[in-house]
Design a protein around this ligand. Structure first.
Ligand code: ATP
Length: 234
């Protein structure tokens, strides 16, 4: 398995948020982690990227342990992260926000990397000199995704990318994720918008009260009416 999360337990101070969560992804898979508000989706992702390291259990990437490493080290090992609240630096231009994602590259490499992001998100090229704080929610989301992709991560984690966005932007994000999937990117995404996630994913994990309560393929979960209604509100 490319990403192997084994039995992690994560806390906020004394609050036990994640209970023995295990999940895995193969190279080239798109997998979603679904669940209600407060179920533990964000905490699972922040545990993997080292922002809130698990107190027990293990996380390996391509066989190499990453749990216990610092967040910047995990990023350098090829894990890209699109956080739920996007973390766009509002005083910096779109171009500067994107360059932040490039990390230690020559000017020529940066120019080529930015050009590849402008191909995927042509709107960002038009917005290059605008400061992040003046972008719409959808534009900020494109920028957050592009900033994570510009370093060509081996694994991309995306936290609730559709939240608060207009239906047209959600549709655009869906086709972007499907393009990434066609290009064999490996993606773990969390969503409360289960219909969106099922349309782009190969497999599903459902989390509730900090524990995984279901896993299966998208085709399997679509037939599990009890799971769909109890945990996903469908
Ligand atoms: P949402 O969709 O609302 O973001 P989620 O599924 O991502 O929900 P988490 O944010 O991972 O859920 O929260 C899991 C549990 O951890 C919840 O009970 C939440 O209240 C708690 N929690 C999250 N962040 C903190 C924090 N900084 N301090 C204390 N408890 C927290």
């Amino acid at each position: 398995m490319f990403l192997d999360v084994k039995s992690i337990n994560t806390f906020y101070d004394v609050f036990h948020a994640i209970f023995d969560v295990s999940l895995c992804l193969d190279k080239g898979e798109v997998v979603c982690l679904l669940g209600r508000n407060g179920a533990g989706k964000t905490t699972t992702l922040t545990s993997i990227v080292g922002l809130n390291p698990p107190r027990s259990g293990s996380v390996t990437l391509n066989g190499v342990p990453i749990s216990g490493k610092r967040a910047y080290q995990i990023a350098r090992m090829g894990v890209g992260y699109v956080p739920e609240n996007r973390w766009i630096i509002s005083e910096l231009t779109v171009r500067d926000n994107l360059e932040l994602g490039c990390r230690r590259k020559s000017d020529t490499q940066i120019a080529a990397a930015l050009e590849s992001m402008y191909e995927l998100f042509p709107r960002l090229k038009d917005l290059g000199h605008r400061v992040g704080g003046t972008l719409s929610g959808g534009e900020q989301q494109m920028l957050a995704l592009a900033r994570a992709l510009v370093s060509k991560p081996e694994l991309l984690l995306m936290d609730e990318v559709t939240i608060g966005l207009a239906p047209l932007v959600v549709q655009m994000l869906k086709s972007t994720i499907l393009t990434l999937k066609q290009n064999r990117n490996t993606i773990l995404l969390t969503e409360q918008n289960a219909l969106f996630a099922l349309d782009v994913s190969d497999r599903v994990y459902v989390i509730d009260k900090g524990a995984i309560v279901y896993d299966g393929t998208v085709d399997q979960v679509r037939k599990e009416h009890a799971v769909m209604s109890k945990y996903l509100g469908l």
